[in-house]
Design a protein around this ligand. Structure first.
Ligand code: F6R
Length: 604
């Protein structure tokens, strides 16, 4: 969701910006633009659609030593060229890119910008007009005007500003939206995500909320809004350029699905010591032991991973687990227990809805743990503790390996806490062994891609809707399976507790409605789900069964190798990920970049 990249002091600013924007594409966007300048002149180029369209417009003609670029995911105003960033002030002297939402933009327009002509409908254009007015009409210097504007603007933002009359500085500020500084030799960069800068540098500096940074080619000065200079150390990130390439894969999603056995094995190595014992940071284990209830807060797929981990956490730690949708809890925090621990699950670590709850938790003094794929992300920095997913960058919008890594990581947490608390069930659960079996089970399912692709063609063809059903952990997996299918194939899909269908929704079943049933775990439970499959088939549904091999019956469609009941949410989701992938592919859609969606959802 909206990406920013900027560079000062490099002789090939245009190339760096375009390459950076390409790396930010995965976040989701519908238009893009760059502003590049040298001492004499600046050029603004914008385009609706893909970065490739922007690149074609830029050609070879645009050169400069400073620039800012942006991918826009429309919030205020349609995805048009006028609404694309960068935006310019009234006299075109100031150029600004922005990620976030300015809540009082209409009030600013009325109060400060009478007589100004705006080209589009965005909140960002109002911000740059305000800065221009403060300098050119009210006589402030640039830094003073930027600070004044920041004191007027309410909402979330990462801003990067260039004064085209003084092209050696980028002015930056942030509140609630991600932005990082990248440090180079003779140049410096800014970016929403380290991934877009790793070609140029692996040394980064954080910016905290309500900080302003003055970036030139050889200096970076961080200040608070009162002008006090803040000393901040830089850090080196372990990102590997080869991690973010697609290699020979047609889509990142398929690559990321295929990486899951490796991710499971990597997690084993990260969360065990040299003797093979499961180890999780003592402080984290103690924080869970001290809590009387665990509250998992997350969004989308990460929320589903929370459900998929609930049974394991409860069984092994003995602590009740409650789930919260981040976008709801931000406004309505339920009655909490005496000693809560909040666990935030987030692939990106930047989800604004989750962050909103974390800010409240911190205000209330509630301890928190973030389980994330991105070290140094906002949710990681601001929580009391962090556990990393070690899944490598996830680029496809549809989350796959992060989900399975989340479930596995929380299993390590459950095991470590249970063992430390002397719980017999935790001691008996050989997670390392069981997760190795899961890795093999995933590999076995991945080797059935052709079979799955064929079944998808027959079952989902031109259908407009579908249902996933399951019981227990399988029910939790149906939520994720349904989200995966609908978000990238646009087939309206619901995940249902198998027994619940007959209480209303079964009226939607008609001739040919696809119903995909997940059946794992216990024979008795499986028999009930099979009964529910019969109910829908009797009403005309086309059923597809995904079944653990020991429960298989003749006619079952996809068999999954048996794994420990605590880990079926990992093995059973793999066929569903592949089903979604092939459904999207067969419909000729852009698997990695489904419409309207963003990878990193940085607005509330
Ligand atoms: C769906 C998907 C989203 C994210 C959600 C939360 O495939 O990826 O539903 O799970 O936007 O994002 P994170 O995990 O980054 O907090």
């Amino acid at each position: 969701m909206c990406g920013i990249v900027g560079v000062v002091g490099s002789t090939n600013a245009t190339d760096i910006l375009i390459q950076g924007l390409e790396k930010l594409e995965y976040r989701g966007y519908d238009s893009a633009g760059i502003f590049v300048a040298n001492e004499n002149q600046g050029q603004l180029i914008k385009s609706v659609g893909r970065i490739a369209d922007l690149k074609a417009k830029v050609g070879d003609a645009v050169e400069g030593t400073i620039g800012i670029g942006h991918t826009r995911w429309a919030t205020h105003g349609k995805p048009t060229e006028d609404n694309a960033h960068p935006h310019r002030s009234q006299t075109e002297r100031f150029v600004l890119v922005h990620n976030g939402v300015i809540e009082n933009y209409l009030q600013i327009k009325e109060e400060y910008l009478t007589g100004h002509t705006l080209k589009g409908q965005t909140d960002t254009e109002i911000a740059v007009h305000l800065i221009g007015k403060l300098v050119e009409e009210d006589g402030m210097d640039v830094l003073e005007a930027f600070k004044k504007a920041l004191s007027i603007i309410e909402g979330s933002y990462a801003f990067a500003l260039i004064d085209s009359e003084n092209t050696d500085t980028i002015y930056v500020a942030k509140n609630k939206s991600p932005l990082l500084i990248g440090l180079g030799d003779g140049y410096n960069m800014i970016c929403s995500d380290a991934i877009a800068m790793i070609r140029e540098t692996n040394e980064y500096m954080e910016i905290h909320d309500k900080e302003l940074v003055v970036v030139t080619k050889d200096s970076v000065e961080v200040q608070d809004y009162q002008g006090n200079v803040i000393e901040r150390d830089s850090y080196t990130a372990e990102l590997d350029l080869s991690d973010i390439g697609k290699g020979t894969y047609p889509f990142y999603m398929l690559k990321e699905i295929d990486e899951q056995p490796t991710v499971m094995r990597k997690l084993i190595s990260k969360y065990t010591d040299e003797t093979g014992r499961v180890t999780v940071d003592d402080d984290i284990v103690k924080a869970v032991q001290d809590a009387d209830r665990l509250y998992i807060i997350a969004a989308g797929t990460s929320y589903h991973a929370g459900f998929a981990s609930k049974n394991t956490l409860e069984a092994l730690t003995g602590k009740p687990v409650e789930l919260g949708i981040a976008s709801e809890w931000g406004y309505h925090m339920p009655l909490l227990s005496q000693k809560p621990l909040f666990i935030f699950i987030s692939q990106s670590g930047e989800t604004a809805d989750s962050r909103q709850v974390l800010v409240k938790a911190n205000e209330l003094g509630i301890p928190s743990l973030t389980v994330t794929n991105v070290p140094g992300s906002t949710l990681s920095r601001e929580a009391s503790y962090t556990m990393l997913l070690h899944a490598g960058p996830e680029i496809a919008v549809a989350s796959t390996k992060a989900y399975t890594a989340q479930v596995a990581t929380l299993a390590f947490l459950a095991k470590a806490v249970g063992e430390a608390s002397g719980k017999a069930e935790a001691k008996a659960f050989d997670l390392v062994h069981e997760l190795s079996i899961v890795a093999q089970s995933i590999e076995a399912t991945l080797s059935e891609k052709d079979v799955i692709a064929e079944k998808v063609e027959t079952l989902l063809g031109n259908t407009r809707n579908a249902f996933y059903i399951g019981r227990g952990n399988d029910y939790y997996v149906t939520m994720e399976a349904a989200l995966k299918l609908k978000e990238i194939s646009y087939i309206q899909t619901e995940g249902f507790a198998a027994g619940e269908l007959k209480h209303g929704t079964i009226s939607l079943i008609e001739d040919g409605t696809p119903v995909l049933a997940l059946i794992s775990g216990d024979e008795a439970v499986a028999a009930h789900t099979r009964g529910n499959v019969q109910e829908v088939v009797a009403r005309g549904a086309n059923a597809l069964t995904i079944v653990e091999e020991d429960l298989a019956r003749e006619g079952d469609d996809i068999l999954v190798n048996k794994v420990h009941p605590f880990l079926t949410a990992i093995s059973m989701v793999i066929p569903a990920q592949l089903i979604a992938y092939f459904a999207s592919l067969q419909r000729g859609l852009d698997v990695d970049k489904p419409r309207n969606l963003a990878k990193s959802v940085t607005v509330e």
